[in-house]
Design a protein around this ligand. Structure first.
Ligand SMILES: [Zn+2]
Length: 508
């Protein structure tokens, strides 16, 4: 498999993780319009202190420094113990698990073959200048959400393909990923062009010898020549299409072409083309538009909300509409605590509740919610509201219409998000008060649906033909076996696709 990632490229990926870096943890969260979590709340500070304390006591007992402890299953468990101790028992996790590597490892091993289909992932083009996402990863590390990012200085390289590959297919239990993008009025600021997504998909699947990556084509109603662009993109056979109703989410100052999903004259042309090309799933970015953003860009507010979803879904029953981030408003500069406060006062969360009411209001069954930042931005900051939102979506759309997407790698390897859903339960009093159905076991029927079953149905993927398990494993599965056997931080780690051993100790 040489030629996929070269030895030099692999070498470049890991040293920062292994070196005892002189760079201190960033002491200030740099604010970004995109996905950067807000400054730590008092509770998040408690979580971080508890987490670091466990690393220093339990980890030390296990002969591991902080960074290595965080790379273990016990370190992952410690993260959820810290959350429980701060917010109440919302996650299935125990101190015994954090203190007993064998116990934590056994649990991780028992779940690692779970079918996880993540239809919302990103990496950035090689010539990107979107440094905000670097700050995002640093902030997530600093907030203690993703233990593997604690103490790890981030660079633009972490957002590019090689690290994406490692974080998705080696560091997490993700089996299939869809590569997405985001458009901009400034051509070089597209995360990836439609061509780049198709190239990445084809390269990955060729190297895996199996279907491990799917791809979006982005559509941009109102941009010059947008329909021709979409038609050209559809000819290259993406698995689904995705649009941003605010027009340009990356550079909102430049957004000149916002659009509505139910615009019969404009957007319906895209749906027509999609149907013609056999596309079934239309993905739309919604939400992530807190009050501060609305004040700055009032003309985009209605486009960011979900008021246009119902009519489009009703008019196009042959299509499925997958609303990314579940329309969750309080992220990208908002605070999960605001969502929790809103829920406690009103029993609603903007605009997740509005989305969840669409089936009843419009009599439709083709509206889905991707969990994306809805989950990532709340589950470690105010996990009660994550639980509430899962309940709201499950009750309104049905748990068979809640689909897994992580928005990785903006918040690092998605393994912590996977573990968060595996361990999350809606508190009993909340279940009773609002009529929410419990989520159940990590690998119980509801969570299996959310992690993979629902997406498999949407994308017509035959789960009985999985290539990541069984006697005829594909190359990625073999590579991951090897990777896990050696341990992510051990010396002489061999990848299936490099010719010789890589001596990780050379960097320490
Ligand atoms: Zn995204």
């Amino acid at each position: 498999m040489s030629g996929f990632l070269t030895k030099d490229e692999i070498n470049e990926l890991n040293p920062s993780e292994l070196l005892p870096h002189a760079t201190p943890i960033p002491t200030q969260i740099v604010s970004s319009d995109e996905y950067t979590p807000p400054p730590q709340s008092a509770q998040q500070k408690q979580v971080e202190a508890r987490l670091l304390d466990m690393a220093d006591t339990l980890g030390k007992h296990q002969g591991l420094d902080r960074r290595r402890f965080f790379q273990t299953a016990a370190g992952m468990a410690a993260g959820f113990v810290a959350l429980n101790e701060t917010f109440g028992n919302i996650f299935e996790a125990s101190r015994a698990e954090a203190a007993t590597p064998a116990m934590a490892q056994e649990r991780a091993a028992s779940l690692k073959d779970q079918f996880i289909m993540d239809m919302h992932t990103h990496f950035l083009r090689d010539d990107t200048r979107l440094v905000n996402f670097v700050r995002s990863r640093e902030a997530v590390g600093k907030a203690g959400w993703n233990p593997s990012l604690v103490d790890k200085p981030q660079t633009l390289e972490d957002l590019k393909f090689n690290n994406y590959f490692k974080e998705i297919y080696l560091d997490s239990d993700t089996k299939i990923a869809l590569i997405s993008s985001s458009p901009s009025e400034i051509p070089r600021d597209w995360f990836l062009t439609n061509e780049m997504m198709i190239e990445a998909r084809d390269k990955v699947n060729k190297e895996a010898g199996a279907r491990r990556m799917f791809a979006h084509a982005i559509f941009t109603p109102g941009y010059d020549g947008w329909l021709e662009h979409l038609e050209g993109s559809l000819a290259r056979k993406p698995e689904s299409i995705k649009g941003y109703t605010v027009g340009d989410n990356t550079n909102k100052d430049e957004a000149k072409h916002p659009w509505r999903m139910d615009d019969e004259k404009l957007t319906y042309k895209a749906y027509e083309l999609a149907v013609k090309h056999g596309i079934k799933n239309v993905c739309v970015h919604k939400g992530l538009f807190p009050r501060a953003t609305a004040e700055k860009y009032p003309h985009l507010l209605d486009y960011a909300a979900v008021g246009d979803v119902g009519k489009a879904a009703k008019d196009w029953p042959q299509l499925n509409f997958v609303i990314y981030h579940g329309g969750y408003r309080h992220a990208a500069g908002g605070r999960a605590e605001d969502g929790w406060e809103e829920f406690q006062k009103t029993g609603r969360v903007s605009w997740v509740s509005d989305l969840a009411e669409i089936p009843e209001k419009f009599g439709v069954t083709n509206v889905y919610a991707d969990v994306g930042q809805l989950f990532a931005q709340s589950v470690a900051a105010a996990p009660q509201v994550s639980a509430a939102m899962m309940g709201i979506l499950g009750k309104g759309l049905g748990y068979d219409r809640v689909v897994w997407g992580t928005d990785a790698v903006w918040t690092g390897s998605p393994q912590w998000q996977i573990e968060a859903l595996r361990r999350l339960e809606i508190p009993e009093d909340m279940q009773k008060k609002y009529g929410f159905k419990p989520l159940g076991a990590a690998d119980g029927p509801l969570k299996n649906m959310i992690f993979g079953g629902n997406n498999a149905k949407l994308y017509n993927f035959d789960v009985s033909k999985r290539t990541d398990i069984g006697p005829n494993k594909d190359r990625f599965a073999l590579m991951k076996d090897q990777y896990e056997k050696n341990g992510p931080a051990r010396s002489n780690l061999r990848y299936g696709y490099v010719s010789g051993p890589v001596d990780w100790n050379a960097f320490a």
